[in-house]
Design a protein around this ligand. Structure first.
Ligand code: SF4
Length: 231
């Protein structure tokens, strides 16, 4: 098990709750706009947090926090994720899981066992373009299965898209919208180039605010509600 980061308290990452953040290393994508490139490209450069120490911290904070956000990297790749979540839930804490949705079997198990209270799933570009997000092969069957599971409503969810120029244009919003059709809510967020994994993306101008708002109009044709962040 490879926990690479721990932050005691955050008000931002689990809406409406005070949460601790836990970061897992490694990912099955290399998104050019990723803001945690170290965790993705070379997680071994960071020491592992001892799991017992993280659990002790969470247990001692349980009167001051409402929950735990589990992020990465891609947490569902770690075989220690589900045992870790079982411990966290035994403390009575809520769990939000950030995932790219490519390992639906882990998500399904976590939901079936009641180990997650909210899943934040990123839709990164049109499904047919996911191969552009990684040097190796990417199969999107898992993504489609994860989306179907969330839309079935067994757990609260947030569907998010970062509007990276080139990866998210109007045609991509339509293509993702087809996948999300009928979802209750879809969040479009502004791209912040600063620490992007791909160096050439660090100089790219984000889409203008009016373009993101136009994307939101398009997205609204597919889901119940669209919100925009970061403008
Ligand atoms: S953005 Fe998320 S899915 Fe993409 S490489 Fe970074 S951690 Fe992995």
């Amino acid at each position: 098990m490879s926990i690479k980061g721990f932050q005691g308290t955050s008000l931002l990452d689990f809406p409406g709750r005070i949460a601790s953040l836990v970061f897992f290393g490694g990912c099955n994508l290399t998104c050019p706009y990723c803001h945690n490139p170290g965790l993705v490209l070379d997680p071994g450069q960071y020491p592992d947090y001892p799991v017992e120490a993280v659990l002790e911290q969470l247990q001692s904070r349980r009167r001051f926090i409402d929950g735990v956000v589990v992020s990465g990297g891609e947490p569902t790749l770690d075989p220690g994720l589900l045992p870790f979540l079982r411990e966290v839930k035994s403390f009575g804490l809520a769990v939000k899981l950030d995932t790219n949705g490519l390992r639906p079997e882990v998500l399904e198990q976590a939901v079936a066992e009641g180990l997650v209270d909210c899943v934040a799933l990123d839709l990164k570009t049109a499904p047919a373009r996911y191969g552009e997000l990684h040097g190796g092969p990417v199969t999107i069957d898992g993504l489609q299965r994860s989306v179907r599971q969330l839309l079935a409503g067994a757990v609260d969810y947030e569907l998010r898209t970062t509007c990276v120029p080139g990866l998210i244009e109007e045609a991509d919003i339509h293509a993702i919208g087809e996948l999300l059709r009928g979802a209750k809510r879809w969040v479009l967020q502004q791209f912040v180039p600063g620490h992007s994994l791909a160096e050439d993306l660090r100089e790219v101008e984000p889409h203008p605010a009016e373009t993101i708002r136009a994307f939101a109009e398009v997205a609204g044709g597919y889901v119940g509600e669209v919100s925009v962040r970061g403008l």
